[in-house]
Design a protein around this ligand. Structure first.
Ligand code: NAP
Ligand code: ZN
Length: 369
């Protein structure tokens, strides 16, 4: 049976927030803006949000303490502040970290009688309404129901486990114009990895594949410009818009399919080795893609993404994901063991994979800058 569910209203284009901010009136009289420490003040998204809230007569409070890979402690702090300010809904502004923190805060606020453990263990909890204003083109969090948080008690990242689709996603590529080269590339690789892991997935359907294929086509138009040696602050508006579309398509795809091996395996590289999310997945892509025995969809994906074949795609990806990260054989064995117990991600991968295979992927990923 095939099913498709993506209830988020997407407003895409320059001035999206200023022109359509009035849509937020439907969600209450006071909002909590959840954002990172700096970037939303610099790229204009916070100012546009405040302008549009004032014009719509919506009161607001600001929580701007979200760090990269947000921790459950930060989420709890944001929820306490939101309760104190008696807000009706949450607006996340930023990359995936503030957007995910906004969703998690919305869950904690809606379930204020439950403690952290109960929230992590109970399925199907509700949340305050969430609005997403994306300022990176990577995670697609603005159109997914997932909230990825860092849980220091179990020393890794995890999905909060509740389904929180944003009510409205404002996608204005203008906010991404000043992203530096490294963040542009890491987030673009993340967008590509969502399209790929959703396409090469046991849960893929004709509906999700149609979106993935459209996402690959947008990625193809920009891929040639992604070069670590260039200053990507010069990337055109059209190229930024293409990446933002690819990212949103990727989010819509994984909302249906979930992610698979690289995302599950990358969490350890982010938590223990500090690799940014997109790079942590990307560095695993050469061994992941090479592990497939059935190349039918892989070849189609490569062509749609603008490459002659898998080899050409790998030649493009490999230099973009080179890293100096080091880990011991013992660590590789431990990471592989943890991933082998992640049945949720393993069941999304269409071919059999053993703990030994996972270990070899970690070992093979070591490429040098
Ligand atoms: P991020 O962690 O949100 O932000 C990375 C850096 O980029 C921060 O320093 C941020 O600064 C800066 N930044 C954001 N927008 C900017 C802009 N327009 N111009 C300049 N700098 C900007 O990065 P991300 O890759 O977007 O998100 C990664 C997180 O998303 C991870 O936790 C990952 O697990 C999660 N994720 C979620 C999903 C999902 O479906 N929910 C899917 C994939 C990944 P400030 O801190 O100052 O804002
Ligand atoms: Zn991702």
């Amino acid at each position: 049976m095939e099913s498709f569910h993506m209830p988020t209203r997407v407003i895409f284009g320059k001035g999206a927030l200023l022109e359509h901010g009035h849509l937020m009136k439907a969600f209450g009289q006071k909002a909590l803006i959840v954002t990172g420490r700096q970037s939303s003040r610099i790229n204009g998204s916070l100012e546009d949000c405040i302008t549009t809230l004032k014009a719509s007569g919506i009161y607001f409070a600001i929580f701007n303490e979200v760090e990269e890979n947000p921790s459950l402690e930060t989420v709890e702090k944001g929820a306490v502040y939101g309760r104190l300010e008696k807000v009706d809904f949450i607006i996340g502004i930023g990359g995936g970290s503030p957007l995910d923190a906004a969703k998690a805060i919305a869950v904690f606020m809606h379930n204020d009688r439950l403690d952290r453990k109960a929230i992590l263990e109970t399925k199907g909890l509700g949340a305050l309404p969430v609005i997403a204003v994306a300022t990176t083109s990577g995670t697609g969090s603005e159109v997914t129901p997932y909230a990825i948080v860092t849980d220091h008690e179990v020393r890794t990242k995890r999905n909060l486990g509740q389904m929180v689709f944003p009510m409205v996603a404002y996608l204005d590529p203008g906010y991404t114009m000043d992203l530096c080269t490294a963040i542009t590339i890491n987030t673009a690789i993340d967008a590509f990895s969502h399209l790929a892991e959703g396409y090469l997935n046991t849960n893929a359907t004709p509906w999700s594949d149609a979106l993935a294929e459209e996402g690959f086509r947008h990625f193809a138009k920009v891929a040639g410009q992604l070069d670590l040696k260039k200053d990507l602050k010069d990337l055109s508006y059209e190229a930024r818009a293409g990446l933002m579309r690819a990212s949103a398509y990727g989010g819509m795809v994984i909302s249906q399919t979930g992610t698979s091996l690289p995302h599950g395996m990358g969490y350890a590289l982010t938590y223990h080795k500090g690799l940014p999310h997109g790079l942590a997945n990307g560095v695993l892509y050469p061994p992941y893609l090479k592990s497939f025995k059935d190349l039918t969809k892989i070849n189609r994906m490569a062509t749609l993404s603008g490459f002659e074949d898998l080899e050409a795609l790998l030649d493009f990806l490999t230099p973009l994901v080179a890293t100096d990260v080091e880990f011991s054989d013992e660590e590789a064995r431990q990471f592989a063991k943890e991933m082998a117990s992640n049945t949720a991600k393993l069941k999304n991968h269409p071919e059999p994979v053993s703990e030994e295979d996972l270990y070899h992927m970690y070992v093979q990923m070591i490429t040098r800058k």
